[in-house]
Design a protein around this ligand. Sequence first.
Ligand code: ADE
Ligand code: ZN
Length: 335
Amino acid sequence: MKQFIENLPKAELHLHIEGSFEPELMFEIAKRNNIDIPYNSVQEIEKAYQFNCLQDFLNIYYQGASVLIKEADFYDLTYSYLKKCAAQNVRHTEIMFDPQTHTERGVAFETVINGIANACADANEKLGVSSLLIMSYLRHLSEESAFKTLQQSLPFKAKIKAVGLDSSEKGNPPSKFKAVFEASIKEGYVPLAHAGEEGDADYVWEAIDGLKIKRIDHGNNALQDEKLVTEIVARDLALTVCPLSNTALQVVKDLKKHPLKKMMDLGLKITINSDDPAYFGGQVNANYIAVQEALNLSKQELYELAKNSFQYSLLEKNEKKKYIEALDTFYQQEK
Ligand code: ADE
Ligand code: ZN
């Protein structure tokens, strides 16, 4: 099964580039930028990564991201993640980045987007991994700040496919961002959002009805509301589920109790993702392996999850078809 998962062609649809920041690279970049970080060793960092909830994690995640200053930092961070994609048979990835985490510290929007986008272009050429970018608004900040970010993004529109909504969910409902999502859609961005990770089902309703999102990041708490599940299935909206993130942030106490299989049985379209792999103990393949073991998933179910990752990506129809054909060829040989 492990080998099957490792060789399975797949896409990753829920990945925060700032959450892919491995301790070794963090030390290297902090050093070259002359920034002190409050850890002396990789072991100390790993010890600090114990979380009781989303906010515990976010505090450490924003602190880690604060050593990123120059375009080369964003380039190195992104290229390092894309190399891991290539090694895991991740053929396509949709990368979230949080501009406000950087612009609020005085780093130019341009620095962030150019570093990330150049790494994506190089990886496409050299590693054969394709990618699209999702600009995520931070929901703990104001809608006005999100509007400012939207304005800053416009000269770089060709490099950005979608907008997202992330950070502290509870107390920051999707409705807070209704106007900026409307404006983002008008600019041609595809609307996506985190919903139902810690927030209740009503946040998922707000995200699908109010923000008109095309894919739900996490969505675990949609299961609280039968009518909502029926609606998500009817609208054919996929959920980007992140198993190791869920246990690390105590959204799910034990992987054996993870609702992923139940979600699939209810007809929901599920994909498997790593969210913030440097913080949650595993890349995308580790997530597949962990849920396969915990929930005893079959090869057929793993195939379906991988197929969803292409089908519910933001790629054009013919691109999806190309990737799914490669997956089908693999599956016919290996099932
Ligand atoms: N930012 C990075 N990871 C996140 C998560 N899992 N939920 C909300 N915001 C995030
Ligand atoms: Zn996330």
